[in-house]
Design a binder for this molecule. Structure first.
Ligand code: SAJ
Length: 425
């Protein structure tokens, strides 16, 4: 009989995972509390932007192997791929994990496997998920197998990385881990490593924390370089010729639902000891405010200034605005009374009004590039300058050909070469 999988949460991770299992011959029921998303998926469409995803979902739906619904069904394996956001006081919010786990309780049968994929504080599987699953009365690890297996895929390359990346599986016991391994081995080409659930949770958090701390170092380099009158980008390029150095890139801050969130799960657990982790978060969180202050300083002599914002998603070529530093920059600028023309060709839903390209540039005094969308490289500064009142461009990602913008009459500023002091400091 074909194995049945029920995937809870049809977002950036759950939907690709469900459709890949479906295209590998499993019968998959995708479950989401968002009825609109369920309806869109059932007609073979997608509600999020991710290269190649629509084709895979469409094929999975057409084959009859993938179905979406708002309620779970009986299955052999249940995969929980729901979000774990942070609360306003930087604590892990496990509400969705709890709701998803409780929603499957009536459907769990002896021999089932439950896998948590959501990024979670160390100990979540052991101390939070197991007590909920124990309510079934099934003997955990014997009648009901439980594992934690974090997703590690990069938005923008999810389908490729789901298949090619190695995978960590932490089992409640060995047999749980092995059962989960056998399942993922149906499509994962990378190596699969087995461990215990809490170690697997920590591995996931440390991967993203490693990146956050390194980005903080790059951002600090940008701040220091501005003060010292040197070019951070040149320092990075030259230092990275060292065989054991890999400096990351500075930017307007760290966004997304992973890197800007996950390190807090460690700070929350051990606030006294997670020192460098907490500090890196502070450094990265300050970047959008430094950028907004730079803009305000640059426009000090302009009356009733307007700024064109290029890009609001948290990184290039994705539509995701969660935790995007652009939100903070925009709020700071609005507080200072700056008018905005916001343009993002990838983003459809945003808290602020988005403009077309021309409207965003019309009567503008400054172009501020916040997201490294590829298409911004091909903007025509000559043409755009005609729409503007003043010609100033600030690139926070080193994406634009600033020489071409200069030729079109723009004064150019690159983050990493310019002072980034706070206005009130
Ligand atoms: N960023 C910089 N400088 C850099 C690299 C990134 O400022 O040198 C910024 C980006 O612009 C963005 C943020 O950091 O705002 C995060 O972007 P990212 O591309 O580094 O990572 P995510 O959040 O898209 O995906 C990460 C990945 N983790 C690692 O690379 C260790 C991915 O593999 C994880 O699966 C994902 O988090 C997740 O879901 O946890």
């Amino acid at each position: 009989m074909t194995a049945q999988i029920c995937v809870l949460g049809l977002g950036y991770i759950g939907l690709p995972t469900a459709s890949i299992f479906a295209s590998n011959g499993f019968k998959v029921q995708g479950v989401d509390i968002n009825a609109t998303a369920v309806e869109i998926i059932n007609r073979g469409d997608i509600h999020i932007e991710e290269p190649g995803l629509k084709t895979v979902v469409q094929a999975a739906i057409n084959s009859g192997n993938l179905k979406a619904s708002t309620l779970p069904v009986e299955a052999d394996t249940f995969i929980l791929a729901v979000p774990t956001p942070i609360t306003s006081d930087k604590k892990a919010d496990l509400t969705f994990v709890e709701a998803a786990a409780r929603s499957i309780l009536p459907y769990l049968r002896p021999g089932n496997l439950v896998i948590l994929e959501s990024t979670s504080p160390p100990g979540t599987t052991q101390d939070f998920l197991l007590p909920i699953l124990a309510e079934t009365g099934l003997e955990l690890g014997k009648d009901l197998y439980v594992a934690y297996s974090p997703e590690r895929v990069l938005p923008g390359q999810i389908l490729k990385e789901l298949i090619q990346n190695s995978r960590i599986i932490g089992g409640l016991n060995r047999v749980s881990a092995e059962k989960a391994r056998d399942l993922y081995a149906s499509f994962v080409e990378g190596e699969i490593f087995l461990t215990d659930a809490t170690t697997a949770e920590m591995v996931k958090l440390m991967e993203n924390t490693y990146r956050d701390v390194n980005i903080a170092l790059a951002n600090e380099l940008a701040v220091l370089s501005g003060d010292l009158g040197i070019n951070a980008w040149e320092v990075i390029e030259l230092a990275n010729h060292h065989p054991r150095v890999h400096l990351h890139k500075p930017g307007p801050g760290v966004g997304g639902h992973c890197i800007s969130v996950d390190p807090w799960f460690l700070v929350e657990r051990l606030p006294q000891d997670a020192k460098i982790i907490g500090l890196a978060r502070q450094i990265n969180d300050e970047m959008p405010h430094r950028v907004a202050d730079l803009v305000v300083r640059s426009l000090r002599d302009v009356k009733d200034p307007k700024v064109t914002i290029l890009g609001v998603s948290y990184k290039g070529n994705v539509d995701d605005v969660r935790e995007s530093p652009a939100l903070e920059v925009i709020e700071d600028l609005e507080k200072k009374g700056v008018r905005l023309g916001i343009y993002d060709p990838h983003v459809k839903h945003f808290s602020h009004e988005l403009a077309g390209l021309e409207d965003a540039f019309l009567d503008s005094d400054c172009v501020l590039l916040l997201t490294d969308h590829s298409e911004f490289k091909y903007l025509n500064p000559q043409e755009l300058s005609k729409l503007m009142r003043h010609r100033l461009v600030i690139d926070t990602r080193k994406l634009l050909d600033l020489a071409a913008w200069q030729q079109a009459g723009f004064e150019t500023t690159l983050l990493g070469r310019v002072g980034l002091g706070r206005e009130n400091e």
